[in-house]
Design a protein around this ligand. Structure first.
Ligand SMILES: Nc1ncnc2c1ncn2[C@@H]1O[C@H](COP(=O)(O)OP(=O)(O)OP(=O)(O)O)[C@@H](O)[C@H]1O
Length: 615
């Protein structure tokens, strides 16, 4: 009982939220829709109440020939019925129109809310499967369902109006009839509610499976994976994984479908038996001469329509229940609170860092992980210097970047800028201070100019600065040679787009970084797609960008690291060696050994290449 009350309360809560959501998205359409619903609710009863008059008038003139007097007798009731039918049709068309317009508005509104929330939540959510499930569930027909929920509720009200009108029409024939009408629909209601519940449970249980399906589909149909899928002949492998999973889900769906069909069939048979009994009773009354033929027609219409209305009404209740369950997912998603938030009174961010950044006794483990990646970790990134961090795979270098960008906060210890804990700054204001050049920068499918302008959207119309940034990063000549120059579309997703090479995209990202003019520059393997000559040229340009700024370079390339002012060697979450290139070589430690290995392998690669050329 308590759980039933709780679920009714939840439905009411979701209904209220949905109503305010639809109201916010399309208030005028909603008012028009409500008025229309009420009027539509009265149409069937009005039509039925005219039936005995029309039938009795027709019976009275049956067989007495066509004459003006006869036509006069039937024209008014029949004409009224026709008029009501016409009004009903007009209202139906108007309702369809309103529904379509409302659906568009609500869809845009809810999509906007989901997008806003997707950006507001912490970056860490995207590294968590549970969050991805939540996002998928929220998206799952959210806009369609909110309107459906409202429509179900509207139809529930409309059907209630119609049902009361029908009951008023049937009551003179005995109060048992309206009661029989309602009782006959109970089996259908029970079946529908039960089926809606198991359908919802199935949907919740298979969210991750359906994300797997979307993932396999992505692997098979996306341009980012197209090359590897062909080269390594993955297609059959992924396709069979897709089909196996689909087969299982399809079987489960078929099973549900079987249950639904069987349940509906049994419920319909029960309803038919009940209405058969009621019709037999009224037929008896007609045979006994207690009721007229017109009464029989009215009863038949009112009872069969009433029955379908009650079924519809209970169906609406079932749908309300189901849609409110699904919409619960949307509301749950919209309620997720980010953990990385601004403090109550943010401290102003220094426009130019004086001392630099310091990791002080930082301990950090990823949510859900037992092992900390960083344990009492200390590191200083002095202002105005280029610091390189080298280390083996999994040492924790990218984790440092995530902490520095405040994608995560440490569990203990602090990260400070000029002695102030980063948590004291506004997140946005602090991030404005940073630019990150990722190993694989995003190839934005937009114009070359906009690709650079994205570095600082507030100044994106400053064409000369965009050009200066492109020149400084060494991508200007390439852009200049494109037929539309800075207005040329980049990427291959849209018509007339030109693709760039990996190294050229990296240069474009550098131009974006120049354009951003941020004080702290973070680079994660920024030259991985460049040849040694391009890397050398790029480094010179980077030095220009980084002059007087604080830069952190994360790299496996010693030729890049050696140009930094300070090099830190990181292993298993700890800094194990620090110094300039020469100092580290002199220490004969991990750095010196790795440097030797890398130089030897480069030298042997050159020898092999030279030998193969001379053969
Ligand atoms: N989102 C995450 N959730 C849980 N553990 C993670 C996550 N990201 C990274 N790790 C773990 O944290 C450790 C450090 O990873 P990190 O990516 O920082 O290493 P890295 O030094 O950048 O490595 P590489 O040179 O290979 O890029 C690894 O053991 C990794 O498995």
């Amino acid at each position: 009982m308590i759980s039933k009350l709780r679920s009714a309360n939840t439905i009411f809560f979701h209904l209220r939220k949905t109503l305010s959501l639809v109201w916010a998205a399309s208030r005028y359409w909603t008012v028009a829709w409500m008025i229309l619903l009420l009027v539509q609710g009265l149409i069937p009863a009005a039509s039925i109440s005219l039936t005995p008059r029309a039938i009795n008038a027709l019976v009275s003139v049956t067989g007495s020939g066509i004459s003006a007097a006869n036509v006069q007798k039937v024209i008014v009731p029949v004409g009224l019925m026709a008029g009501i039918m016409l009004v009903g049709e007009v209202l139906n068309s108007a309702a369809e129109w309103i529904r379509t317009a409302q659906a568009e508005l609500v869809q845009d509104y809810i999509t906007g809310l989901i997008q806003k929330q997707s950006v507001a939540v912490d970056y860490g959510f995207y590294e968590c499967s549970e969050y991805n499930d939540k996002l998928d569930r929220a998206r799952e027909g959210a806009s369609g369902r909110s309107l459906a929920l409202l429509e179900n509720t509207g139809r529930l009200l409309q059907n209630t109006v119609t049902l009361f009108a029908m009951a008023a029409i049937l009551a003179p024939y005995g109060f048992g009839l309206p009661i029989t009408l309602v009782v006959s629909a109970f089996p259908a209601f029970y079946v529908l509610t039960y089926l809606n519940k198991i359908q919802y449970q199935w949907s919740q249980r298979t969210t991750t499976d359906r994300r797997w399906l979307a993932y396999y589909d992505y692997l098979l149909t996306n341009n980012a994976t197209a090359a590897e899928v062909r080269l390594f002949d993955y297609a059959d492998y992924f396709q069979s994984s897709y089909h196996n999973l689909r087969r299982r889900l399809r079987h489960e769906q078929f099973h549900l479908l079987k249950l639904q069909t069987l349940g509906r069939f049994v419920a319909t048979i029960i309803a038919l038996i009940i209405s058969g009994g009621a019709i037999a009773w009224i037929g008896r009354q007609v045979l006994l001469g207690i009721l007229s033929l017109g009464d029989l027609a009215l009863f038949f219409q009112a009872f069969s329509q009433g029955q379908s209305i009650v079924r519809d009404l209970l169906n609406n209740l079932g749908q309300i229940y189901r849609n409110s369950l699904f919409l619960g997912n949307l509301f749950e998603f919209l309620q997720i609170q980010p953990k990385i938030i601004d403090p109550l009174n943010p401290v102003p961010v220094p426009s130019t860092p004086k001392k630099g950044i310091r990791f002080r006794q930082v301990t950090f483990r990823y949510p859900g992980s037992e092992e900390p990646v960083l344990n009492n970790f200390n590191l200083t990134l002095p202002a105005g210097k280029i610091v390189a961090i080298v280390g083996d795979n999994g040492a924790g270098k990218s984790t440092l970047i995530k902490l520095l960008c405040r994608f995560y906060d440490p569990q203990s210890g602090s990260i400070e800028l000029d002695g102030i804990d980063l948590r004291n700054f506004s997140v946005k204001a602090f991030r404005r201070l940073i630019t990150v050049l990722f190993q694989s920068p995003i190839p934005y499918n937009t114009t070359a100019g906009e690709n650079i302008g994205l570095g600082d959207i507030s100044a994106a119309s400053n064409y000369s600065e965009i050009q200066a940034a492109a020149k400084a990063s060494g991508i200007h000549d390439k852009i200049d040679r494109l037929p539309l120059g800075y207005n040329a579309m980049l990427g291959k997703l849209f018509p007339e787009g030109t693709d760039l090479s990996g190294g050229q995209w990296q240069r474009l990202a550098l131009a974006r970084a120049f354009f951003r003019r941020a004080q702290i520059i973070i680079l994660d393997e920024p030259t991985s797609a460049m040849d040694p000559w391009a890397e050398h040229d790029w480094l010179e340009r980077f030095r220009t960008l980084a002059s007087d700024r604080t830069a952190v370079v994360i790299t496996h390339r010693f030729t890049l690291a050696m140009r930094a002012d300070i090099i830190h060697v990181m292993r298993a979450g700890q800094i194990v060696e620090s110094g300039t290139h020469d100092e580290l070589l002199a220490q004969s430690g991990f750095y010196a050994q790795s440097w030797k290995d890398q130089m030897e392998s480069s030298a042997s690669a050159i020898v092999t290449e030279r030998n193969s050329l001379t053969k």
